[in-house]
Design a protein around this ligand. Sequence first.
Ligand code: LRY
Length: 239
Amino acid sequence: MGIEGVLSQVQHGLIVSCQALPDEPLHGADSMVKMARAAQQGGAVAIRANGATDVRAIKQALSLPVIGLIKREYEDSDIYITPTLREMEELVEAGADIIALDATLRPRPGGCKLKRLIDYAHEHGVTSMADISTLEEALHAASLGVGCVSTTLSGYTPYSAQMDGPDLELVRRASELVPVPLIAEGRIHDPAQVEEAFRLGAHAVVVGSAITRPQLITQRFADAARKAVKSIYGDERQN
Ligand SMILES: CC(=O)N[C@H](C=O)[C@@H](O)[C@H](O)[C@H](O)COP(=O)(O)O
């Protein structure tokens, strides 16, 4: 499809992140393929998935483009989203159409360089998505030739804005100032926020937990139930 092709294919669409870590109830490629299929039926234009096994399984089962990443922790770095060339190689091998990687300015494991990883993806005909937490990181990633930038890490680095909802201010500023497509991602929980992200200039919008993490969806409803019951019946009611 080519590096530009996949970005125009996802333009103005909803991307659904289908991820479940080993400690989550839906962990496993079977569940993630089912989630991805449900997302496709619902109108997703692409899937974001974690791990070579899930990326490969979703690519085999569905015709949608897959944004792959590998969450892996190393002792000498805080970076955990596609930190090194090793994860890049695994994702190219698994058939990812886009590779998402941490593009913060923090040191990578083993002194590995962001530019090397972006170049590696492009040498293999795969585009790159820079997961950033600030405007400065977005501009830096764009200057290194990344394919697109995503607001994934806003709120997940100690120095970025910390908020309950999506960082729509970063979506607005980065859409305006960064010379590559800007993807809105992170804590987008309802359709009105999707609309707002597009109004602010997003190229595409990624929604994860609000669609594919049932334990977190349940928690939101259970919290609302608890709050309502407390306000209706007072503190004395136990259940
Ligand atoms: C910070 C981090 O590690 N984010 C991860 C990146 O791939 C995923 O755990 C998120 O689910 C994804 O970014 C979508 O965001 P949300 O689930 O909030 O819609």
